[in-house]
Design a protein around this ligand. Sequence first.
Ligand code: ADE
Length: 486
Amino acid sequence: MAEGVTDQTPKKEIKKCRSDFRFGQVLGEGSYSTVILAEEKTTKKEFAIKIIQKRHIMKERKTAHVMREKECLKRLNHPFFIKLYFTFQDEENLYFGLSVAKKGELLDCILAAKKFDFVTTRFYAGELVAALEHMHSINIIHRDLKPENVLLDDNYHIQITDFGTAKVIEDGDLSTTRTSSFVGTAQYVSPELLKEKQACKASDLWALGCIIHQMHCGKPPFQAQNEYLTFQLILKCQYEFPEVFHEDVKDIVERLIVIDPQARLGSSDQEGYPSLKSHIMFEGVDWENIANQPAPKIMASLQKISNGQQQTNIHELVDDFDHAMLIDATGTTESSKTSEDQLSSCDPSDTEGFGLSVNLPETEKQNWMEKQKSSKWHSFCKGKLILKRGMMEKKRGLSVKLRQFILTEGPRLIYVDPVSLQQKGEIPWSEKLSVELKTFRIFYVHTPNRTYHLIDKSNNAIKWCKKIQEVSRHYFGNSEKGNSSS
Ligand code: ADE
């Protein structure tokens, strides 16, 4: 190029690629993606890389969801949302480079605290309101707001994530969007979505009401034995407050959890966000500087209660994944199925995948039990239903033993020598039991007296962790979630 002449051609963005990163622990697993902590080799910067397997999204016809997620993340420009820094792809996968929310999920903090006091509830309710105001101002509705999708950054400020089911809508608050089969998560789903399959901005306000209720008393307002019964409660708007519940929080919840979307505080008929932000609960909140306010001190101590497991660390970094491992983790074969698919296609002697839900209706449990009776593992179960089982290696010191692990109602977690068919032991289950996911194949079960090192050679350690957490929550009323696999 001649001297003094500047090149006016647009610079082509240099795309990153997988080998630019070292990968660490799994941060989360969605139905069609896995989020993994990664460090960029040249800059040493950390990212949460969401890996989405192309074959899987094509098969499940989820391409539009992925495009929408990218579009929404690109549009959002606010401190309370996970940031999308870059994307790239290779033959098999799409990669989204996201900011890392180091302090895990809001859900874990609620579980560790059992419930938030007024000040903490106000702090997070305020951040959620500010976040929703921004999101709705650019016409995005999230449609799956819940405490699992509210992550926390280094300073315990919220980072809303998971825009896989979000939608950009037409301008205007009344604009609705039809959903096909999607209904969000049972406990937070709005009545209009259940009745008319329509979601609007105010559907997120309903979820906000549910989250505020959950923060302040530990439980979401609508929670029944199964999804169907939960939906019935939602349709009737039937929920309660415990005796001890701050009056101002109660008032805002009652103004958000309202059947008519336009009657919800914050919706256009109620004069939009100013009506929400001026609610008595938020008296004294500095809305202009909300992102710079320090989080309640209790948040740092909660981390210790939940065993410090929410803290993400680049440890066990690998230059690249074992290929099979990655494919497995992002969902082909077994993991490409939903739990429902798996339930309908497997029998109790083959529940290595997600396993059975501990909340199955009694009649279904009986059906499974009838099938279980013909399995060679049934005799170890003391008449209880197997929720999940599978072969794993149990490591203790230098010794590694292959064992059949059987998780049953009760709850019990026993292990059997698969050759001699003798029970070799049982992991004592109590409120204090917790799990810790280390890699795709390694996880720990912590009990007060011992930590069990388990290796799932099919790389489905995360499924074990999730199932154990689900069962713990069921039996011990949410007090222990033993984190790090969610
Ligand atoms: N889990 C899912 N996405 C995450 C993120 N961006 N940071 C931390 N944990 C996550």
